[in-house]
Design a protein around this ligand. Structure first.
Ligand SMILES: CC(C)(COP(=O)(O)OP(=O)(O)OC[C@H]1O[C@@H](n2cnc3c(N)ncnc32)[C@H](O)[C@@H]1OP(=O)(O)O)[C@@H](O)C(=O)NCCC(=O)NCCS
Length: 186
């Protein structure tokens, strides 16, 4: 699939570019962001950001992942990242925002658009996601999309250096947009 710029009311989602590397290093270098993600090391260096960019381009060409940088339309400032990666044959949704941009509805806005991309462009019938037990804000984002609990399992967290309980959720196309109380409160 050729890709791909997606838009929402306030955001532009486009494939990662070299120009995003410096902001990625700063924003993902924040432990409070990295500790909520499975595969982001801490400290996070320029070399890590370059690897991420390279792997995003390769995965996109192979159709195994579709990653987007999140930019505010106003000023086109890079504020985070969101994507779908194949895991055990199902697309898994993942996202992060730099700390200055939390609490303004941006993750929900971006996640809704990318879930729509998964269902209507990639023709997925369901997508999955996981959030660590101590990350209720992400549970709320997923619940607002209509995701339902799908069990708890330990998952390695590179930044913390150990496994952390992860609440898995599933979002089925037919439930997309039906807000739930709390996603992953299994
Ligand atoms: C999780 C994260 C993406 C949320 O981004 P955001 O743009 O602030 O999210 P939104 O504003 O769209 O929605 C957050 C929701 O969580 C709620 N929330 C925030 N903190 C909360 C808390 N401690 N307990 C319960 N709910 C909380 C907000 O009230 C909001 O819900 P509401 O719209 O019903 O009021 C962001 O904090 C982040 O990037 N964290 C670090 C990386 C990460 O956790 N990625 C997700 C991995 S699964």
């Amino acid at each position: 699939m050729s890709c791909c710029r997606l838009e929402t009311e306030r955001l532009l989602l486009r494939p990662p570019e070299e120009a995003d590397i410096p902001s990625t290093v700063v924003l993902l270098g924040d432990f409070d962001v990295a500790k909520n993600l499975a595969r982001v090391p801490h400290p996070f260096t320029r070399a890590h950001a370059e690897d991420f960019l390279r792997s995003s381009i390769e995965a996109h060409a192979a159709g195994t992942a579709f990653r987007f940088s999140i930019l505010r339309k106003a000023g086109e400032m890079h504020i985070g990242s969101i994507g779908l990666s194949l895991r055990d044959g199902v697309f898994e949704l993942g996202y992060w925002l730099g700390r200055p941009y939390w609490g303004q509805g941006f993750a929900t806005e971006a996640a809704r658009r990318v879930a729509g991309f998964a269902f209507y462009n990639l023709k997925a019938t369901r997508i999955v996601a996981g959030r660590f037990y101590d990350n209720p804000a992400s549970g709320r984002v997923l619940a607002k999309l209509g995701a339902v609990a799908a069990g708890v399992e330990p998952r390695d967290c590179l930044a913390r250096g150990h496994a952390v309980y992860c609440h898995n959720v599933t979002l089925a196309r037919e439930n997309f947009g039906r807000t739930r109380k709390f996603a992953g409160a299994a």
